[in-house]
Write a protein that binds this ligand. Structure first.
Ligand code: 5RP
Length: 259
């Protein structure tokens, strides 16, 4: 693999543990001012010291993140739909590679919708993005979004994750599921999990623990951190699981005591 790609990935996936805590704050690209991210800067800034990377759109990056911040950026470059659309798979590429480079990103991210009406377009958009990004040594994170009819089970998620890797994605973001080890084993590139909808903190920590135990390289967690009653304590607790092999009980204690 290209030196530039490996160098950028090593900024995101910490070489000392081989793991990563990405903070996902890109939700507004189709959800608008979602709960907890109404004023992005206010939510994101206090969490930056505890995140290994930040996943967001260029609009929030430009307006809400200090260019002096020492944080690798994973730039979402797909979009074009809103929560009001019947078919969320109708996404396109929203950011040029030129702008991604200008923003000095460490990776770009794009959603694929396997099994959804626009499956083919999103898979070809991923392939085109990889072709372009590789010219500049920029890794691509494929996000396996789920079609409305698709179950989030190991059969489906390993299908979507493997297709993303086969097309050349350098990392895959997917969901945790039963038999998650099958998703990881059959995907030849690092896998990170999304946190999903807000659930009780202990359950979200259990999710992170299960994912790491079953081979995930890390988490790309959003709502379960920034919608927590104590986001800083929550991200510290997630870090303890991801980077320090903490048990769920130990991590929950970090959360409960405020980090
Ligand atoms: C949406 C995304 C989000 O970044 C992702 O869902 C992670 O956030 P959360 O932990 O809130 O699910 O990629 O497609």
């Amino acid at each position: 693999m290209d030196w530039g790609i490996r160098n950028r990935i090593s900024r995101i996936v910490k070489p000392d543990t081989g793991h990563t805590v990405m903070l996902a704050v890109d939700h507004g690209y189709f959800l608008g001012p979602t709960t907890g991210l109404e004023i992005p800067k206010k939510t994101i800034e206090p969490l930056l010291p505890y995140a290994d990377a930040l996943m967001l759109t260029r609009g929030v990056l430009r307006t809400s993140i200090d260019p002096k911040a020492d944080i690798p950026i994973i730039l979402r470059v797909s979009g074009g739909t809103s929560i009001l659309d019947k078919d969320l798979s109708n996404e396109g590429t929203t950011v040029s590679m030129r702008d991604a480079i200008r923003l000095n990103v460490s990776a770009v991210a794009l959603s694929i919708f396997v099994g959804a009406p626009h499956e083919k377009e999103t898979l070809l958009a991923l392939s085109n993005l990889i072709n372009e990004a590789e010219d500049y040594g920029i890794p691509v994170l494929a996000v396996t979004a789920v079609g409305k009819e698709m179950a989030r089970d190991a059969r489906y998620l390993s299908l979507a994750s493997r297709i993303a890797a086969e097309l050349g994605a350098h990392m895959v973001k997917t969901y945790y599921c039963e038999n998650f080890e099958r998703v990881v084993e059959t995907c030849p590139v690092p896998v990170v999990i999304a946190g999903g909808k807000k659930i009780p903190e202990r359950d979200a920590l259990q999710l992170a623990f299960n994912a790491i135990s079953k081979g995930a390289t890390g988490v790309d967690m959003g709502r379960n951190i920034f919608q927590s009653e104590n986001p800083i304590a929550m991200i510290k607790a997630v870090r303890a699981i991801v980077h320090q092999n903490a048990s769920v009980e130990q991590a929950y204690e970090i959360f409960r005591t405020g980090g």
